[in-house]
Design a protein. Structure first.
Length: 97
């Protein structure tokens, strides 16, 4: 436990920041998870919707310094790549049928 007043204050600040950062990271992870589930189910509209929300949440986390910008770019790239693959697969199936 901290002994000085300044160390006690730092402890309070760090806890507040940890909780706020956790909220932003959790929100981004939730939308990524929902987008991937929609992609797995083959629901293109839901996948697009949750991918947009995930990108927005990731960008906010990067802007606030919660996630590193390169980490955010990598996650967005992977998500959009999956979405594009789903769109291509569904369009091929539609033309084949």
């Amino acid at each position: 436990m901290p002994n000085t007043r300044s160390a006690k204050k730092r402890l309070r600040q760090n806890e507040k920041r940890r909780l706020r950062n956790r909220w932003f990271r959790g929100r981004a992870k939730t939308f990524i998870k929902k987008a991937r589930q929609a992609m797995a189910a083959g629901d293109l509209e839901q996948a697009r919707y949750y991918t947009q929300l995930a990108i927005k949440a990731l960008d906010k986390a990067a802007a606030k310094g919660i996630l590193h910008p390169n980490n955010v770019a990598r996650r967005k790239s992977r998500l959009v790549r999956r979405l594009n693959a789903l769109e291509a697969r569904l369009s091929q199936e539609a033309t084949a049928a």
